[in-house]
Write a protein that binds this ligand. Sequence first.
Ligand code: AP5
Length: 259
Amino acid sequence: EEEHRSSVGDFVMRDIIILLGPPGAGKGTVAPVVKSKLGVPQLSTGALLRDVVRQDSKTGRKIKGMMQKGELVPDEIVMKLLKERILHKDCDRGFILDGFPRTMEQAKALDTLLTEMRERVTMALYIKVDPSILEKRICGRWCHKRSGRVYHVSSHPPKSMKLKNGAPDPQTMRDDKTGEALYQRADDTPEALKRRLVDFHKHYDGILEYYRKAKKTVNGNGSIQEVRKRVSFIMDDHMTSTFVIRNAYDLVDTPKSKL
Ligand code: AP5
């Protein structure tokens, strides 16, 4: 992990990876693979926004209903959260954006921000899946709040899961690592998924075209293990190629968290 990072003086080229794909494609499921390869944090705008809703602030109350219905949150709220988050110390070597950008305005705003910092997106990983599997994936999902770990009642059940009248007993849905209770997201319903997919189809062709140079596509159909393995190969390739590029740089600069 240390080896592929290149630094000259204090300067480090940040690896900025974006995960693209429809709701339920598996962005949150493959993120740990990217994270463990690069040693950089996963920033999920959905998770950041759910934290805001839990805090019960004015903004939280404003966006709660939008999110439950599966509507996109206004760009300025998302951009403000993200701008603050990427300056944290843990992003000094890069970060993974999960669920961002969702609109062309967000893609362009990200580019403006990165250009100011003399940076760019290093890879846009598009998880391509058969649309017919999305509802099953979304409606069977259970999440662990603190870690962001995701489970699925049939493809990836928690070890503790027991059935009651043929359905998972909520009392037995617990995180494998901590034993803490899992929860189901308020927007993981067939109705909200329809709304989320409308936005996806409206914006994604443009976004995929925008990132055509940095884009890598992974087949997101198949088992979790198969998809994670494909992502792992792509990341190995990425690390080899960026290692070469990074070593061509001869710059001295300041870590982003100190700006
Ligand atoms: P967000 O939290 O980003 O949700 P999303 O993009 O809709 O994506 P999901 O988290 O639903 O899916 P995923 O691809 O991560 O799938 P996962 O890996 O969990 O956004 C939520 C809301 O926040 C938005 O609707 C919007 O309101 C707001 N928002 C967020 N970002 C915004 C932005 N930038 N601008 C404006 N508003 C924004 O997998 C799903 C399930 O399938 C899991 O149970 C998993 O175990 C299972 N699974 C995954 N892969 C496989 C496999 N290969 N085989 C079998 N099962 C699998």
